[in-house]
Design a protein around this ligand. Sequence first.
Ligand code: ZN
Length: 258
Amino acid sequence: MSRSNVNSLFQTGKRQPVKRTDSSKETTYEDQMEVIVVGETETALNIQLQDSDLLQKYELAWPPVDQRTIQESVKKILAAVGEDPSREGLLNTPKRVAGAYAELLSGYRTDPAELVNNAIFDVEYDDMVIVRDIEYFSLCEHHMLPFMGHAHVAYIPGKKVIGLSKIPRIVDMFSRRLQVQERLTRQIADFVNEVLDPRGVAVVMDGTHMCSMMRGVHKCHSGMTTSAMLGIFREDRGVRQEFMMHLERSAGKKTLGA
Ligand code: ZN
């Protein structure tokens, strides 16, 4: 289902006559409408969030972690670094590591429909919504070592808002993966944009990267700030500045990215 079609479902919440021009060869809208019973926004949203293209785009609905293979592999790693996998302290380590990866990489298995369920509201509200200082933990895809920091998410609603507690859960969904900070930032912005169809979205993230700090090399910057600006945040310098001012005020004496 294309994005504009989904939007029109949102706006009406009802089945509408399909307007088609002769030049349009697309039949998918009408075909899909036959099987969709749209009673309310949430139904349409759930359909949108279960769409296989969307799941693929956001790397979701992955199969469960193969913990057994991780356990066997960790045993080999322990032996390869010269350790004795059978000594008491390491006996349960493969199992613990497998469990830890399942948890740290659970973002690929989050159900987005369940995540946002019952938390999208139709409103007449067009002021900036900002959720600041969302703590996140992720794993860098280059070394599988942690990076962590804070995410700041803002949007200006179109016709919908999302419950504030859901924004940190969206951050979790994308951070509990193998990531690079730039993509993480962008995925959060894209997903909020997709679900809310707001006038604009801004995401700023600072990150401290263990692969750089612990190893004393600078392939990843130890402290970095990334941002993704969509819609009005990208187009309107004033809106962008208002957002950045909010962040600087909240950061107090801290300097962002320092
Ligand atoms: Zn790294």
